[in-house]
Design a binder for this molecule. Structure first.
Ligand SMILES: Cc1cc2nc3c(=O)[nH]c(=O)nc-3n(C[C@H](O)[C@H](O)[C@H](O)COP(=O)(O)OP(=O)(O)OC[C@H]3O[C@@H](n4cnc5c(N)ncnc54)[C@H](O)[C@@H]3O)c2cc1C
Length: 272
């Protein structure tokens, strides 16, 4: 299997730094876009990687939290993340004004290593669109068609679609309450695609990823890669809080760490 050159590289270099918030604005219901600057970041970033972010000058919460890199600007080294408020850290983060310091380390994880394909289907749910903008930017160079299937609870939770459209990505939407696009689950939008010419990537809550994987199997064992959002504490492979069960080459199962072995995994290798 040939891998696209820019996806195949692995980047072990990690920066650890204190940054200032440049922008932290609401973009949808309970959803915010955060921007900060990390000199040298874009030189070592691969699409699909993430950062750990910790509130500075407080021990509550004590640990950092992982967020996908939504944008990495090559000219300015600005890094953007888009986050949904779900708990302690994200609720506090949403209140922080410009110039507030944050501690950031990254880029982390393996990023996407996607086989060359004509048709790249990105299936995202919840806040799962976040690792796909940088992927779409790269994929445009290798794929004839890039599609984003995005599922949200409601129209009020939809954001970022204009950024994908600006890249020429075809966007299809599903909402659980029918307020926008297809009324139902995002997996309903997964229709038969040509085997050998299609690769599926997915990011979102685990039950959704499992449904996407099942659908990929149903549609003829289409290649399917998933980016996991497993809670994690260090992001560096030390604490083992983010392990998932994985099928090894020798037919046995083992645990792998989402932070360093992932977050992107071949869906056929995970034990669902
Ligand atoms: C590689 C990676 C990339 C991610 N990228 C993004 C992103 O771009 N945008 C974004 O909004 N989120 C992203 N997440 C998820 C994000 O890390 C969590 O939402 C965040 O850690 C929650 O922190 P908190 O302190 O606000 O919530 P907590 O106070 O830690 O938790 C609040 C509640 O949410 C649950 N919870 C926390 N994290 C998760 C999770 N990952 N999955 C399911 N339930 C969870 C807890 O069990 C608890 O019930 C990513 C996760 C990973 C591993």
């Amino acid at each position: 299997m040939n891998f696209c050159p820019t996806f195949a590289q692995t980047v072990p270099k990690i920066l650890h730094t204190r940054v200032e918030i440049l922008e932290n604005v609401a973009v949808a219901e309970r959803t915010y876009r955060l921007r900060f600057r990390v000199p040298g970041f874009s030189d070592i970033f691969t699409p699909g990687q993430f950062v750990m972010l910790r509130l500075t000058d407080t021990a509550d919460p004590l640990l950092g939290r992982p967020l996908a890199v939504y944008r990495s600007d090559r000219k300015t080294d600005d890094v953007e993340a888009v986050y949904l408020v779900v708990g302690k850290m994200t609720a506090k983060l949403a209140q922080l004004p410009q110039k507030t310091p944050l501690t950031v380390w990254g880029p982390l994880g393996n990023g996407f290593q996607i086989p060359e394909t004509e048709n790249l289907i990105m299936v995202a749910g919840g806040i799962g669109q976040t690792p796909f903008l940088t992927l779409a930017e790269e994929a445009r160079k290798y794929c004839k068609k890039v599609t984003l299937l995005f599922g949200a609870k409601s129209q009020s939770r939809i954001c970022c679609m204009e950024d994908f459209l600006a890249l020429g990505v075809e966007v299809q939407i599903a909402t659980e309450d029918g307020s926008a696009g297809h009324h139902g689950f995002v997996t309903d939008l997964m229709t038969p695609w040509e085997r050998g010419k299609t690769v599926i990537v997915s990011c979102g809550p685990r039950p959704m990823l499992q449904a996407v994987y099942r659908k990929a199997v149903e549609l003829g064992n289409l290649p399917c890669f998933v980016s996991l959002e497993s809670p994690m504490a260090c992001g560096l492979g030390i604490c083992y809080s983010c392990v998932v069960e994985y099928k090894k080459d020798n037919g046995t199962n083992d645990y792998v760490r989402t932070c360093v072995d992932g977050p992107v995994f071949d869906a056929y290798r995970l034990v669902w």
